[in-house]
Design a binder for this molecule. Sequence first.
Ligand code: HEC
Ligand code: HEC
Length: 393
Amino acid sequence: MKVKKSTYVIMLFTCLGVIAACKKSTDVSGSPVTPTPGSDVLNLPATPFDYTTEVLPAYLVNIKALSPDFDNTPSTNPITNTGATLGRVLFYDKALSLNNTTACASCHLQAKAFSDGLSFSKGFDGQFTPRNSMSIINLRHYAQKKMFWDMRAADIETQVLLPIQNHIEMGITDLHSLETKLAQLSYYPSLFKDAFGTTDVTSDRISKALSQFVRSIASFNSRYDDGMGNNFANFTASENNGKTLFMSRCTECHGGLLSNTAAAFNAFINVSVPSQNITMGPGVANNGLEFPFVDKGIGAVTNNPALDGGFKIPMLRNIELTAPYMHDGRFATLEAVLDFYSDNVKTTPNLGVQIPVGGFKFTAQEKTDIVAFLKTLTDRSVTTDVKYSNPFK
Ligand code: HEC
Ligand code: HEC
């Protein structure tokens, strides 16, 4: 068989590459090293953190029985402490990008409730994403399951592999090359073994582990949650008034204390209550941000003009921490969002029926009160909890 000279050169380099890689994970005696998780690069606890127990406030303890959609964890990928630990390392590892510059955490910062503070996020090569980064909290409780502003990913397991392959975000279009790359890093074999029983690095396992970590990110420590337990005695008059206004104007889309039990329990857990009045289907609406539509959102994905300008109705928990706002990050502050809902709603063919043409016409005090209420949805504990933090030294 005739082999081209260039093939030999490639083979030589491949062999050298493999030897170099082996050297890293082999000690002087030649036996494979099982690095103690993080001995050199990582800072992981000897016993993994607890990712499996979710502490829910009292008003939600019976929710699983009442609302079967409460948890979107598939039976094929339950959260384990070792699986979520691996997911945490993957989430913070820049090796998941083509040029080792960008991790999931580059655009999902814990301090900002896992958003990034930019209108558009900067990818591995300096280019910007066409949409605003999303907070990835309580996604386990997102009943509609579908991910992204335009809901184009069927579920979390599907979603987590897409930024890695995206040409703007992380740029590793070939997942096999990612498997090879990660298998050569000293800390992964033992992490994969702990999580899945063997050291094999596969994209299916990468997807599962990342999903477990993402699903473990829970946030139920807000003043709103406290208020649910004490009849809102902890709220100021302004916050209580804002709550009343929010419940009558905003909850039909953004989830809230509606009459039926399931809806009541859905209150801000993740996102919207699937209401029949939401013309575009559960969890989807057009809020009159712009017309003509610059970004058609779900209309572009489904090729259905009736859904043009339709976007996932976003969760408002921790909204104080996730500016700027909307799919294109056009509003820098919550005050600007309220000015928009008050006076600047555009007439569009698909505007949600809950929003009056032109806007809600709030008074200055009403806007202040609604903003004050929105800030009661802030849970700073999720921004500092070490089990969600960067494990790299
Ligand atoms: C370069 C910035 C960037 C990187 C890197 C990045 N993301 Fe994102 N992420 C975004 C943006 C922007 C969106 C919204 C995109 C859209 O809807 O089109 C998003 C959306 C998401 C969503 C959807 C949330 C929802 O409520 O629908 C999840 C989950 C997510 N990212 C997880 C990850 C994971 C896991 C990684 C690493 C494998 C990652 N992201 C890497 C910027 C980034
Ligand atoms: C018809 C349904 C609907 C109603 C009613 C509605 N919203 Fe929205 N809201 C949406 C949708 C859809 C988006 C995302 C739009 C986009 O980015 O294109 C959104 C986005 C937001 C955002 C930005 C979230 C983020 O992560 O960037 C805030 C804040 C917000 N709404 C607050 C409110 C408040 C306060 C009210 C009541 C005064 C309200 N909304 C009423 C559907 C609605």
